[in-house]
Design a protein around this ligand. Sequence first.
Ligand code: C2E
Ligand code: MG
Ligand code: MG
Ligand code: MG
Length: 281
Amino acid sequence: RAKAKGRSQYQIYSKTISKQLSEEMVIEKYLYEAAENQDFMLYYQPFIDMEAGKVVGTEALIRWYHPKKGFIPPDKFIPLAEKTGLIVPIGNWVLQEACRQNKAWQDQGYKPITMSINISALQFARDDFIEVVKCTLKEVGLAPEYIALEITEGIAVENIEENILKLRQLKELGVKISIDDFGTGFSSLSYFTKFPIDSLKIDRSFIQNITNCPQSRAIVSTIISMGRALGIENIAEGIETKNQLDFIKKENCNKAQGYLFSKPITPKDFEKLLIDNKKYS
Ligand code: C2E
Ligand code: MG
Ligand code: MG
Ligand code: MG
């Protein structure tokens, strides 16, 4: 009996696995097509400067709408793009499009803002990465100071010497460097003295809990004061409530991003934010 039951459970399990596998394979096939045709869009989510209460930057976030599958979130296809190497052409497209858009807004006469662009570890690791950034900026005609590259703490864990060199070259080029999802990696704090970093984005998981968890509050205020002491700007990710905003303001966090201000929106809608030039308090 136990054996029979075991077997049937195994069959159910194996069916679920193969269904997941084929689903992934279908999405993988669609992803190749999408990368080929550049079937993506960028949405934009503003950064608010806490002192001025104004939009001072935006993060470019990739969106993929597939005619059959509908909307496929980045958390689902970015890992697949990394696994297949498609992240390289996709990432190059993101870089190009985000720079183009920022330059277009400048040309339309809006107050210049910083465009923050997510860079996958695989893109960063490539030998031609700096050249790609340099050429893209040149081609688009955007000054380097108007982009920030968001990388993760992983760069401070592997190939450390090589990565420090790369970051220095990027700094020489004039672009800004942000550490994304800060606090979730396992890097040693000593890397702050060696890595040229402009800003830290405090991960949403800490922000989420600041109103009900004293430990999260302690982590957030420690990150903020450490950043300040080291001359690194702090950006709080995922601010959703007034209470969270009040807390990070009290701690003198430099900038914030989150649904409380705006979700990621289309370029057209973002333009309306620029036109409104609203003051957030
Ligand atoms: P991330 O870079 O940490 O981006 C922040 C994510 O949090 C975004 O999700 C954003 O929509 C979401 N978010 C922002 N504020 C709030 C909030 O107040 N509440 C909640 N619940 N969520 C908030 P999204 O757009 O789904 O992107 C997920 C992740 O996918 C990004 O995390 C990033 O790691 C990756 N990603 C997105 N676009 C790109 C890209 O162009 N290139 C690469 N390599 N990765 C990308
Ligand atoms: Mg990011
Ligand atoms: Mg982030
Ligand atoms: Mg995050």
